[in-house]
Design a protein around this ligand. Sequence first.
Ligand SMILES: [Zn+2]
Length: 151
Amino acid sequence: MKRKFLKLFGSSFLAFFLLPFKISFSETKKIINKNLTDEQKNILFNKGTERPFSSPLLNEKRKGFYHCANCGAKLFNSNSKFDSNTGWPSFTTALPGAFKTKIDYSFGMKRTEYYCSNCGVHHGHVFDDGPDANGKRFCNNGLCLIFKPTN
Ligand SMILES: [Zn+2]
């Protein structure tokens, strides 16, 4: 009886502490697209990475725009896409204000993570070895993007 009480008390105590974090998390990132797959959710919400060379978007050469798979915000113009041979869709520049960045120290590396300004979900990392004058390479998970051709 006493043990049961302690257990109950313990779990509600924990919930009380975790609640504020849960709230702040859902405020910045929430599932807008109800049709996201588990794989997409893992990348968008847990900073996962898709297998290299797995995205059909690698071979996408049409004119158009790449949108956030969660909220639909316009992120990249197809004219900034290039073949980086890394196995992930790559862009030299994003549309103005499309992303915010954050330094990411995971896996013992210092990288710059970028995430959707509109809904807060993770998209990829930006590196300083791009082929254009600005030197940027946006390395984006294909599963985070929806391509809409112009015509
Ligand atoms: Zn978004």
